[in-house]
Ligand binder design. Structure first.
Ligand SMILES: [Zn+2]
Length: 439
């Protein structure tokens, strides 16, 4: 399976002696182009000019919260932390052990053996074995996390329901993973010199495709979605969307209560699959005016095309990652560690996973920062659309209380992974809006 491995290394330079650009040279140029495109997209589409409200306002908001609510949120997150960090460390160590030693390659070989070592068996079964081994070894931490959710009364699920959810998510990963693995290694075989270009285009297309189909193909695996019942709230939300100029066919209610007491809402999908979804728990826990405030935030995401922004940046990032893997993957010392002679062979898949895991960790705080800025813009939209900062602040307090949020999380944790502004930042933003609008 390594016939093309040697050939590629003969052309390790970026240009041949006759001056023609080699595939490797094109890869360097493509990666540079994608990096520039990603930076331009981030500069133009992410609302950078929306820094958090002043710290003094945040601290005033914190003092306005019930002391026991703050303490409970902090205790809950303190209890979750060891499980979360353990899973992260173990996942990283497993990925590095499989990818930077010959162990992962041997696992891939072993998985393909019953099929005579056929490349497709190695690619699909070996690939899935590597992916699921890491999942399996971090399973105890997922269970630990679930015991914390149970202890704090946030989960409404027994272990049976938890296990079914887990099996469903494994099944979804296995189906998507098998298709991607088979597609990727087919392209590698068909085009040993240019697979990185097809792979990059394919990865970008896959990100766009998943944005379209996840709400209709995957989300229903985990929840039931029903149109919101006709009534004053539905009428209010529909007219709010109309006033906002955002065409929303339906507000869908997800049966989140089968799993959690937490309240939430989100927008997903693109074009014909776009939907605003509210948790049934939100309708049960919050006042109608607070639900309106939440939906106004989601309309902000729809209006500013945040799903498109995320999809575009995800597609550019995925394409860049494939090209970068091709370039890094031709580095001989790395291949020697993994005991393979080309990054393009199925036996090198664990090495790919190791590199992707490290890159994913490095991207985590950047993605969180981008997400926080986008979320702050949706909050500003909600405030402007409803003109009701008092309800917005009440809604934030409710969300934090029910969801056991740490309203003012430790700085390092916030910078590492917070996808939303903190509760005190969001309350402070509402107060700033009230001041500025003379409310
Ligand atoms: Zn949001």
């Amino acid at each position: 399976m390594s016939a093309h491995g040697g050939r590629e290394r003969h052309e390790a330079g970026t240009a041949r002696r006759d001056g023609a650009v080699t595939p490797r040279g094109w890869a360097v140029l493509t990666l540079a182009g994608l990096a520039v495109a990603l930076l331009v997209a981030a500069a133009l589409l992410v609302p950078w000019s929306r820094p958090p409200a002043p710290r003094a306002d945040q601290l005033a908001a914190l003092r306005a919260l019930p002391v026991d609510q703050v303490a409970r949120g902090r205790a809950f997150h303190g209890a979750l932390r060891p499980a979360g960090w353990s899973a992260l460390v173990v996942g990283l160590v497993v990925a590095l052990l499989l990818g930077l030693t010959p162990v992962g390659g041997r696992l891939v070989e072993l998985a393909g053996r019953p099929f005579g070592g056929h490349w497709a068996a190695q690619a699909v079964l070996g690939g899935l074995a590597v992916m699921f081994l890491a999942d399996l070894l971090t399973l105890p931490f997922a269970a630990w996390r679930q015991t914390v959710l149970n202890r704090y009364g946030l989960s409404t699920q027994g272990w049976g329901g938890w296990a079914v959810d887990l099996l469903k998510s494994y099944a979804v990963s296995a189906v998507i993973g098998a298709l991607v693995l088979l597609g990727f290694y087919t392209v590698v075989r068909l085009s040993p010199r240019w697979w990185w270009a097809f792979g990059a285009a394919g990865a970008a297309a896959l990100v766009v495709l998943l944005s379209f189909v996840l709400p209709v193909l995957v989300e229903p695996v985990f929840n039931r979605f029903t149109p919101m019942e006709p009534g004053p709230l539905r009428t209010e939300l529909t007219s709010l969307a109309a006033r906002d100029g955002v065409p929303v066919r339906d507000v869908l209610v997800a049966d989140a209560s089968r799993r959690t007491r937490a309240v939430n809402a989100y927008v997903s999908g693109l074009g014909p699959t776009r939907r605003v979804v509210v948790y049934d728990t939100l309708l049960r826990e919050a006042d109608p005016a607070e639900v309106t405030s939440v939906v106004a935030h989601e309309l902000g995401h729809a209006k500013d095309r945040d799903v498109w922004t995320g999809t575009l940046m995800g597609a550019l990032g995925a394409a860049a990652a494939v090209v970068a893997l091709y370039l890094i993957g031709s580095w001989a010392p790395l291949l020697r560690l993994a005991g393979v002679d080309s990054i393009a062979q199925p036996r090198a898949f664990p090495l790919l996973i190791a590199l992707v895991t490290v890159a994913g960790l490095m991207a985590t705080p950047v993605q969180a920062l981008v997400s926080r800025r986008v979320e702050a813009r949706a909050d500003a939209h909600a405030l402007a659309l409803t003109g009701d900062p008092v309800t917005f602040e009440a809604m934030q307090r409710r969300l934090a209380g029910v969801n056991l949020a740490d309203p003012d999380p430790p700085r390092w944790e916030y910078l590492w992974s917070a996808s939303h502004p903190s509760t005190v930042e969001r309350m402070a933003a509402a107060r700033a809006y009230a001041r500025e609008s003379g409310g």
